[in-house]
Write a protein that binds this ligand. Structure first.
Ligand SMILES: NC(=O)c1ccc[n+]([C@@H]2O[C@H](COP(=O)([O-])OP(=O)(O)OC[C@H]3O[C@@H](n4cnc5c(N)ncnc54)[C@H](O)[C@@H]3O)[C@@H](O)[C@H]2O)c1
Ligand SMILES: [Zn+2]
Ligand SMILES: [Zn+2]
Length: 362
């Protein structure tokens, strides 16, 4: 099968013929239908999230089941599915305690010494990113990385739910509890931020301020529910959010992953408010913030990982939101591209030219 392989950090992905194994116990072979491109894939390429090459990235997929391995009961050939990187074991204290997205075994892969799921033409193993590796025509995944979805859901739009939409929507709907009418600011209007914006709208936020450095995104943000937009390159965005929200927002979602914008997010948060860190700051960086600001104004900061999801419960619900007209996904897709255009896709993300791009397979 054709796949885009990361052979080295900070280099273009290479289109190669890759071998994929047959499904083992508990595994499912999928024909990939579509894969969104998430900024986290770019962060891996740039070394900000460690994952050793050679590997195949891509973690926002939808596809169709082709074959199931021994013991797989929940899926059958022909089923439409979404893949999620928070694979769950089902028995640990996080899974049984209701927070399966924190399952410590989520990236475990096949047991030590087993045949690799993916290998190069010469038989050398190729790493599988997050049990998914969706920049490829086929995927071999643990069944516990997958959820079956309604067959009337278009698979290109379904793919967005695999990461960005679940991350943003879930940050607003699961990680924190936003009371109706609360003021919300979203910094960063990529796939993740636009989904957080929609989550805040769906839950009934009052003032909903969208902040980005690319003003072309503001039309889209307003269509998706923003009441106000702030151009981060035009004056001080912190002062602008304070002005719009009467002293800082009740909830601020940082959806970029840069040190200065994390600092801005905390500063934009009003007294008693909550800063939600969704963007992934490269792991080697630290973010200085004022502790007394937190204490004296009782601000809270929380991380939000993959929208605090229980994806087998959440994703079918998000699909209903879309098919009922409450979640807008069509507007979030800037372009549909072929796998051969993946490197140009990353260039467009670097330049801030897109909301979400989806790779579609034949
Ligand atoms: N927490 C999680 O579980 C999780 C899951 C998926 C992605 N992420 C992370 O979320 C972040 C966003 O991902 P994405 O795919 O939406 O990214 P993206 O690149 O599509 O969007 C980022 C947005 O930020 C804007 N931006 C960049 N610099 C800015 C600045 N200084 N001020 C204002 N706006 C600025 C860009 O114009 C763009 O609109 C990334 O860090 C990604 O790794 C986190
Ligand atoms: Zn992602
Ligand atoms: Zn577990």
């Amino acid at each position: 099968m054709k796949a885009a392989v990361m052979r080295a950090n900070n280099a273009p992905l290479e289109l190669e013929d890759v071998q994929i194994d047959a499904p083992g116990p508990g595994e499912v072979l999928l024909k990939t239908a579509a894969s969104g491109i998430c900024h986290s894939d770019l962060t891996v390429i740039e070394g900000g999230l460690p994952f050793p090459p050679p590997c195949i990235l891509g973690h926002e997929p939808a596809g169709v089941v082709e074959e199931v391995g021994e013991g797989v009961g929940d899926f059958a050939p022909g089923d439409h599915v979404i893949g999620c990187l928070t694979s769950f074991c089902g028995v640990c204290r996080f899974c049984t305690g209701g927070r399966p997205y924190l399952c410590p075994t989520q990236f475990a892969g096949r047991p030590e010494g087993a045949k690799p799921r993916l290998s190069a033409g010469n038989g050398d193993p190729i790493g599988q990113f997050a049990n998914l590796s969706s920049f490829a025509e086929r995927m071999l995944c643990p069944e516990r990385s997958l959820v079956k979805i309604r067959p009337d859901m278009p698979l290109d739009r379904a793919s967005l739910i695999g990461c960005g939409v679940t991350t943003g929507l879930g940050a607003a709907l699961n990680t924190v509890h936003i009371p109706a009418g609360a003021s919300v600011a979203i910094i960063g209007l990529g796939g993740v931020g636009l989904a957080a914006l929609q989550g805040a709208r769906i839950i009934g936020a009052g003032k909903l301020v969208a902040v980005d450095a690319k003003p072309w995104k503001f039309d889209l943000a307003q269509k998706l529910g923003a009441t106000d937009c702030v151009d981060a390159t035009d004056g001080d965005p912190v002062a602008a959010v304070h002005e719009l929200t009467g002293g800082g927002a009740d909830f601020v979602f940082e959806c970029i992953g840069l040190v200065p914008t994390v600092q801005q997010a905390v500063a934009m948060t009003g007294r008693g408010g909550t800063t939600v860190l969704v963007g992934v700051v490269p792991m080697h960086l630290q973010v200085p913030i004022s502790a007394s600001d937190l204490t004296l104004q009782e601000k809270k900061i929380t991380g939000s990982y993959m929208g605090s999801n229980r994806f087998r419960f959440d994703m079918p619900k998000y699909i209903d939101f879309y098919l009922d007209g409450r979640l807008h996904l069509d507007e979030m897709i800037s372009s549909r591209i072929g796998l051969e255009e993946v490197n140009e896709g990353f260039d467009r993300i670097r330049k801030g030219e897109v909301a979400r791009q989806v790779i579609v397979f034949d």
